[in-house]
Design a protein around this ligand. Structure first.
Ligand SMILES: Cc1cc2nc3c(=O)[nH]c(=O)nc-3n(C[C@H](O)[C@H](O)[C@H](O)COP(=O)(O)O)c2cc1C
Length: 576
């Protein structure tokens, strides 16, 4: 896996003390916790067909460097994952001078690295010197580093996910058939749906077919591989480049997937089918949708000329069967040079479900690398407007202007003035919710609770997005829901309004009494709210500090911010 802006390194033997990882080049300000990394580590350990090792290990990442108070610092991220199995191997894997191992491995497994690695490094006396590092245990750390890259992508609105398409000859269901909306809009939800079945297939019926195939392999004392589909949604056009071979993103993604242990082929979009079809059946027509350039299909898998084209990135990775075959294949004992069955050690029958999670990690690393290469940025905040410009580039009309920020920031009043300046209608999202609920926000909170309010608010975001372009003043809590972010970003620009707590309180004045989230000590409640939602408000494409500005000045400044984000097709021919 070759990265251009990020640097990722892993170290560690399968039965050594621990795995080490360093990721250098992440910008400062990315929210990151060990829990976020552990979620993906746990996902990698699932899956029908795994061997005994996965019952021993319960991977947990320790963040040793690069993060303070839950945010990256811009310094190298340093991670450690301890191997629980180490306690059974302290002598045989000791770094101290000594040896030889009383139980050397001397019969190489066809398909594994044993023979090729031993010949290269002169380690034919004990193949463990090779197999310990060749083992896919290493992918636990790649998944951990990938989780950090995914944290950056998530902040920008890119989701990465995978599911299992087939194992051996058994086919599960394709996302295009059973979850087309997730395939288009939310790859992470696609992956979480796959996590619900033991094979990471998307449906129970498909999973049952895959389980049957694995059981048949076990009965035959054999192993199986399969195909994983890995998808990224929310990808803007313009990542990667056509200008030079080593900048082409298709090659970089393909190389990264092929660098995963046992992945032997990669397909981009409908690449293989394309070799047997006409051009007219292969390429994705370009059309004008209501307010943007669009495609009527995505057979290219989101990549043309080594550059993302704004459609979801869709890749397929083919995994060969596990090479430690229980009914061992013929091999040669490297000590006696006798023909004997290959070495067998505790092993998986099928690791395709786990490999899917590894594909997500390497795709996340390559996409994060491509984002940083295209847009630079020492800080996440510096990346956001540059990223938004790419996202907005295919738009032929500006679309919605969503205003987010804490209460008192001026979303409603400055929003109304902005709507006048832009000649657009103004939508007050709280008013829409009140109308639907038939009661005030305060009453709604009291009678039905915050979760009901949030559900109605999410619905209101969806219906506003479907309506004509407008300036939308959102409620202070809209930023909490991931679907709302997806909807807002897909339908236009998200601008943030910020101010110091004292300014917010002063603007709210007596109004704090009617704010359910500010009941009691309003100042303390507001400060807690701002702290909890800090990362969320910062997700706006651009944020205006409104301290010291009156409402007309805020509205005027927002017009300026909008102009800096607009793409070239909004006013074709205009000189920049
Ligand atoms: C998640 C995962 C788990 C794997 N588990 C095993 C295993 O238990 N036994 C095995 O022999 N190979 C396993 N492999 C595959 C080997 O690591 C791989 O075949 C070997 O390193 C040789 O590399 P190559 O197949 O890329 O040529 C696994 C691969 C992955 C991605």
């Amino acid at each position: 896996m070759t990265l251009r802006r990020l640097r990722a390194l892993t170290a560690g033997e399968s039965h050594g003390q621990a795995l080490l990882g360093i990721l250098e080049g992440l910008p400062a300000g990315v929210p990151l916790t060990a829990a976020l990394i552990d979620r993906d580590l746990a996902r990698r350990q699932q899956g029908y067909g795994r061997g005994g090792r996965m019952r021993i290990e319960q991977d947990a990442a320790e963040i040793l460097a690069g993060v303070r108070f839950g945010e990256t610092l811009g310094s190298p991220l340093g991670l450690l994952i301890r191997n629980r199995d180490w306690e059974n191997w302290t002598e045989r894997m000791s770094p101290l001078p000594g040896g030889p191992d009383p139980k050397p491995v001397q019969v190489p497994r066809p398909g594994h690295t044993d023979l090729a690695g031993a010949l290269k490094y002169g380690r034919t006396a004990d193949l463990r010197d090779i197999l310990e590092r060749a083992s896919a245990r290493e992918t636990a750390m790649r998944v951990a580093l990938g989780a950090a890259a995914r944290a950056l992508l998530r902040e920008l609105g890119i989701q990465v996910g995978s599911y299992v398409r087939s194992i051996g000859n058994a086919d599960a269901d394709a996302a295009a058939d059973v979850a087309p909306e997730l395939l288009r809009d939310d790859a992470e939800a696609l992956a979480l749906r796959a996590d619900q079945t033991e094979t990471r297939a998307l449906t129970a019926a498909g999973s049952a077919r895959l389980v049957e195939a694995i059981q048949e392999a076990q009965r035959r004392r054999d192993t199986l591989g399969g195909v994983v589909e890995v998808v990224a949604t929310g990808v803007p056009p313009g990542l990667g480049s056509h200008v030079h071979a080593d900048r082409k993103l298709d090659g970089r993604l393909g190389g990264a997937l092929l660098s995963i242990q046992a992945i032997k082929a990669v397909e981009i979009g409908d690449g293989i089918r394309g070799g047997r079809a006409y051009g007219s059946e292969t390429h994705d027509p370009i059309v004008l949708a209501a307010d943007r350039l669009a495609r009527t299909s995505n057979r290219a898998g989101g990549l043309e000329g080594g550059v993302t084209n704004g459609e979801p990135v869709v890749l397929r990775a083919v995994m060969k069967p596990i090479s430690t075959v229980p009914a061992a294949l013929p091999s040669v004992h490297l000590g006696s040079l006798e023909l004997v069955p290959a070495h067998v050690e505790r092993s998986d029958t099928c690791a395709v479900p786990a490999a899917g999670v590894v594909t997500e990690a390497v795709v996340s690393l390559v996409l994060a690398d491509a984002v940083l290469e295209a847009l630079g940025g020492d800080t996440l905040d510096a990346l956001r407007p540059a990223f938004a410009r790419l996202r907005l580039a295919p738009r032929t009309r500006p679309g919605h202007v969503w205003l987010v920020g804490p209460m008192g920031a001026g979303k409603t009043e400055a929003g109304r003035r902005l709507a006048v300046l832009l000649d657009l209608p103004f939508v007050d999202l709280d008013a829409v919710v009140e109308e639907r609920a038939g009661r005030s926000v305060t009453e709604l909170f009291r009678a039905e609770g915050e979760s009901r309010f949030r559900a109605l608010e999410a619905e209101a975001v969806g219906s506003a997005a479907k309506g004509p372009a407008a300036v939308v003043g959102t409620g202070g809590g809209v930023v909490v829901g991931e679907p709302a972010w997806r909807t807002m970003r897909a339908s236009g620009v998200v601008l943030g309004l910020a101010a110091r707590p004292e300014t917010l309180l002063q603007r709210l004045g007596a109004g704090t009494a009617s704010r359910p989230l500010l009941s009691g000590d309003a100042r303390a409640a507001l400060e807690t709210l701002l702290r909890d939602r800090r990362h969320l408000y910062r997700r706006a494409d651009l944020t205006l500090d409104t301290d010291g500005l009156d409402l007309d000045q805020v509205a005027g400044a927002l017009v300026g911010l909008l102009r800096t984000l607009q793409g070239p097709l909004v006013r074709p021919g205009a000189t920049p």
